[in-house]
Design a binder for this molecule. Structure first.
Ligand SMILES: [Zn+2]
Length: 97
C-alpha cells in the first residue's frame, strides 16, 4: 500500500484518545500488547468493549464489527477523515505527527 508520508507514526493509544476523547493511557496491556476498548467506529455503538488496540504492533481490530487497521486508519473509522492523507493532516493539526 502506498505511504503518503515518511514520518514515524505516533503511538496508536495517543491517536485513539485524540479521535475518541477516551484515554487508554492508564490501562495495562495484556501480554500480547493489546488493550480492549470501545470501538472507535462511528457506525458501531459498542456498549461492551470489543476493540483490541495493540500498543506493541500499533494496530487496532474490532472483533464485533470487523473494522481495523493502523494509526492512519483510525480517524477514517471514527468518521474524522476520508483517507490516510487526511488522517495524517488531522494528526499533524493535533500535534501527534
Ligand atoms: Zn466495532
Amino acid at each position: 500500500m502506498r505511504r503518503y508520508q515518511a514520518d514515524p507514526l505516533p503511538p496508536i493509544a495517543a491517536v485513539y484518545a485524540a479521535v475518541t476523547g477516551r484515554s487508554i493511557a492508564g490501562v495495562s496491556p495484556r501480554i500480547d500488547g493489546s488493550v480492549v476498548v470501545s470501538c472507535p467506529s462511528e457506525r458501531h455503538n459498542d456498549r461492551h468493549p470489543s476493540c483490541a488496540v495493540n500498543v506493541k504492533k500499533n494496530v487496532f481490530y474490532c472483533r464485533s464489527c470487523g473494522v481495523g487497521g493502523g494509526v492512519l486508519d483510525l480517524p477514517i473509522v471514527a468518521g474524522l477523515s476520508r483517507n490516510r492523507r487526511e488522517s495524517a493532516q488531522l494528526l499533524r493539526e493535533r500535534g501527534l505527527l
